[in-house]
Design a protein around this ligand. Structure first.
Ligand code: HEM
Length: 417
């Protein structure tokens, strides 16, 4: 039986999950990391997770969880011992049927992953992204100009969701955009990382409308010539992919590239609105936009959690990990680890946090990071050059999501400089 929300404290295994016992030396922690209350304000939870040791045993899901930087990076980046092909969520694809055909990138291991990654790296090359920078800047300026001096508006729905769901589909060359469906699809992809809880069920309720639309949107016929989507489909001509695989790779762009950036943009505005000194520094020196974004990524981690599955019996930090064990890796907790970052719970615009895990690590490290950086830097530059002050006009609330760490609402006023 899958766990229900009312069974919060019972050790319930996910359907079909191979029961495993906690490894020696690991504390058992009777907590639900996917509880809405925790996900709505996870910072205390992250601190407690790190205090448990290199790993904690979560009986409810029969999983290990890690949140210290060192072990999280080790598990997350070692694709030979900890695979992605068995799913990057709680579900083990070796035991349970995935809700959609698995991603050829995110949910694959070499050699399949290597083949797909080569095509995607080419389609998202620095040259391609360079060609998009000016377009991103123009759209960011237009959007911020429209929002300046509005009495109060919601950053999430009117800025953070609008920008990526406009510029990314345009860059991919999607003929008929549907921002509402794209946002809903992103929620499905990330909420299915978690258990069969209310969050996941809410997201999946939209699947019957959204999944056929997205499947259709990724076909060659729905994509304009000479854009990123068509470039991916060109790999059919070169014999690197078949048509179905090319459409699946375009789907990866929509799955992984929107919710993450939406979270990053709203969190960036929240960081600057709650740290007026940082915003003043950015206005003074727009060259800080890059460093600012890195610190936003470390401080807020748009993806809070992804999993890996041990493929062999192995050892990390002196702890024996049995083959088949799921490990929940809290990237967000790792990015706030005081052992790695002095004064980690403070936002410092000029910190330059090399080694943060917000884009992952190893062979699966975010292939869209150059696009994400270009998008967020365009928004930060537009704010720095046009806005005098970011005033938060009401309570910020966080959206409980099984994998995304993003705001639900952020009411603000932007004053012209
Ligand atoms: C701030 C925004 C973003 C964040 C924080 C982010 C985060 C991540 C993370 C943590 C991973 C690693 C997953 C893993 O190892 O299991 C990843 C992979 C990936 N990202 Fe991003 N991402 C962002 C934006 C984007 C964009 C804009 C795109 C594309 C348009 C994109 C496409 C992908 C793809 C396709 C993968 C899978 C790569 C692979 O498995 O080889 N991401 N991302």
């Amino acid at each position: 039986m899958a766990p229900t929300d009312s069974e919060a404290s019972n050790p319930v295994l996910i359907e079909g999950h191979r029961p495993v016992t906690p490894p020696d030396g690991v504390a058992t922690w009777d907590v639900d990391p996917f509880d809405e209350a925790i996900l709505s304000y996870p910072r205390d939870f992250y601190r407690e997770l790190r205090a448990q040791g290199p790993f904690a045993w979560i009986p409810r899901y029969a999983c290990l969880m890690c949140g210290r930087h060192q072990e999280t990076e080790e598990v997350f980046s070692d694709h030979t011992r900890f695979v992605s092909s068995r799913g990057v969520g709680l579900q083990d694809f070796k035991l349970e049927k995935p809700w959609r055909p698995p991603s050829m990138l995110l949910e694959a291991d070499p050699p399949e992953h290597t083949r797909a990654r080569k095509v995607m790296t080419r389609a998202l090359s620095p040259r391609v992204v360079k060609g998009l920078r000016e377009y991103f800047r123009t759209e960011a300026d237009k959007l911020i100009d429209r929002l300046i001096d509005v009495e109060s508006f919601d950053v999430v729905t009117e800025l953070a969701e609008v920008f990526p769901t406009t510029v990314v589909p345009a860059a991919i060359g999607l003929k008929e955009n549907n921002p509402e469906f794209l946002v809903a699809y992103g929620a499905m992809v990330f909420d299915t990382v978690g258990p069969d809880n209310e969050i996941r069920r809410r997201a999946m309720a939209k699947a019957p409308d959204v999944v056929p639309w997205i499947t259709q949107a990724c076909t060659r016929e729905q994509l304009l010539d000479d854009y990123i989507g068509a470039d991916v489909h060109d790999a059919v001509t070169t014999g690197e992919l078949n048509e179905n695989e090319a459409a699946m790779l375009v789907r990866s762009l929509f799955s992984a590239g929107l919710d993450t950036t939406i979270a990053a943009i709203s969190s960036a505005v929240w960081c600057l609105g709650t740290h007026p000194d940082a915003f003043a520094a950015l206005r003074q020196d727009q060259g800080l936009a890059k460093a600012c974004f890195e610190e936003v990524l470390r401080f807020t981690s748009p993806v809070h959690t992804f999993c890996r599955t041990a493929n062999v019996d192995t050892e990390v930090a002196g702890i024996r990990i049995e083959a088949d064990t799921k490990v929940i890796c809290s990237l967000a907790a790792a990015n706030l680890d005081e052992e790695k970052w002095p004064d980690a719970s403070s936002f410092k615009i000029d910190r330059k946090p090399i080694g943060h895990l917000a884009f992952g690590s190893g062979i699966h490290r975010c292939v869209g990071q150059t696009i994400a950086r270009a998008e967020v830097e365009a928004i930060l530059t537009a704010l720095a050059t046009r806005v005098g002050a970011i005033e938060i006009t009401g309570p910020a609330t966080w959206r409980p999501s099984n994998a995304i760490n993003g705001l639900a609402t952020l009411p603000v006023r932007l004053t012209r400089q």
